[in-house]
Design a protein around this ligand. Structure first.
Ligand code: UFG
Length: 334
């Protein structure tokens, strides 16, 4: 499809997922504009398209951005994502993930920009009552982070019914891996996610990886997750964008591989991929972790024609390992 001649706004395009989407869109000939305040993103990730520094908390800055460009569509990645922090500091999460998103949506309306792609999360489902999880599974988030994502989905549904706004909410399962060309990758501070922490242990930049809970009702007692390559997420976003640009209506999709891996399996596969010893410590459960989260992503396949290109966890971890060594300055030995 011929990319829109008007640019695509990528809010949070200097972050982990947004930067991969920026690369994907630019590679397909789209004009992109990143808007980011570097609260979590990195200047080093501004490699494609144009850039405006700014903050969604400042409506004047958003208005200035929309006065500068006429956008074909908006993609929004600038949420806070630490579940634990959302419990200890919910105000921070409601302010950024909900209020600031409303600021963006309202300035879009003022400018009659009416296509919106939203980064949602499997956290909107809470503790699953059925696995794999389809989009019609009950939405009952168990932490403020998940509630912020659900609130925005509800706002979008209401806006879409009442106003000339069409949206796509993409519910990611566990985003993982890095750009196969290692131009961008996962880089959080602090890091809390399993795969980069396991790779830190492989690299020796941390002593060990802690397994949070070995008494879950799962085959090996550790939590099971559905890891999805960030380049596959980028591909799904572009397909979702094209669908909106074709004039189709609002929709919600799960994005996952439909296959679960336990924490122990992740560590074993990382050991094989890296060829390193990964010391493990078993500790207590982390509060708020569901035992199993596995996506049913058939809707994305049938409606968007999306199929992950990196369905294997070994390929996902290999790309993460290549990036991780680059980020921490270790030369590849091979
Ligand atoms: N884990 C460990 N040790 C660690 C880190 C994680 O055992 O040092 C375990 C966790 O308990 C969990 C699994 O590894 O069972 C994956 O944990 P992550 O922190 O990597 O990912 P989560 O499943 O907690 O979080 C992901 C997204 C969140 C989103 C959440 C929705 O990263 O943004 O899914 O449930 F909110």
């Amino acid at each position: 499809m011929n990319p829109a001649s008007e640019p695509i706004l990528i809010v949070g395009g200097a972050g982990y997922i947004g930067s991969h989407i920026n690369k994907g869109l630019s590679g397909q000939g789209y004009r992109t504009v990143v808007f980011d305040n570097f609260s979590c993103g990195h200047r080093e990730f501004l490699k494609w398209g144009e850039f405006v520094e700014g903050d969604l908390a400042d409506v004047g800055q958003i208005r200035g951005l929309f006065a500068q460009y006429r956008f074909a569509a908006v993609m929004h990645f600038s949420a806070f994502t630490y579940v634990g922090e959302s419990v200890s500091d919910p105000a921070k999460y409601y302010a950024n993930n909900v209020t600031n998103t409303l600021n963006l949506l309202n300035v879009m309306r003022e400018n009659t920009v009416n296509k919106f792609i939203f980064s949602s999360s499997a956290a909107t489902y809470g503790d699953p009552v059925e696995t794999p999880i389809t989009e019609t599974h009950p939405l009952a988030p168990i932490n403020p982070y998940g509630r912020t994502k659900l609130m925005v989905e509800n706002i979008l549904a209401d806006y879409s019914s009442a106003y000339d706004v069409r949206y796509t909410a993409l519910r990611y399962f566990n985003a993982a891996g890095a750009d196969p060309e290692t131009e961008v990758g996962e880089w959080h501070d602090p890091e809390t996610h399993l795969i980069p922490l396991v790779l830190d242990a492989a690299l020796g930049t941390r002593k060990n990886i802690q397994i949070y809970g070995t008494d879950y009702d799962t085959p090996d007692g550790t939590c099971v997750r559905d890891y999805i390559h960030v380049a596959d997420l980028a591909d799904a976003h572009i397909r979702a964008l094209e669908r909106l640009l074709r004039g189709e209506g609002s929709a919600v999709f799960n994005l996952g591989n439909g296959k679960g891996f336990s924490v122990r399996e992740v560590i074993d596969i990382a050991g094989k991929v890296t060829g390193r010893n990964i010391p493990v410590i078993e500790t207590d459960r982390r509060p708020g972790d569901p035992a199993v989260l596995i996506a049913d992503a058939k809707k994305a396949e049938s409606v968007l024609g999306w199929r992950p290109r990196y369905p294997g966890l070994d390929a996902i971890i290999e790309s993460a390992w290549k990036w991780h060594r680059k980020l921490f300055g270790e030369k590849a030995e091979d």
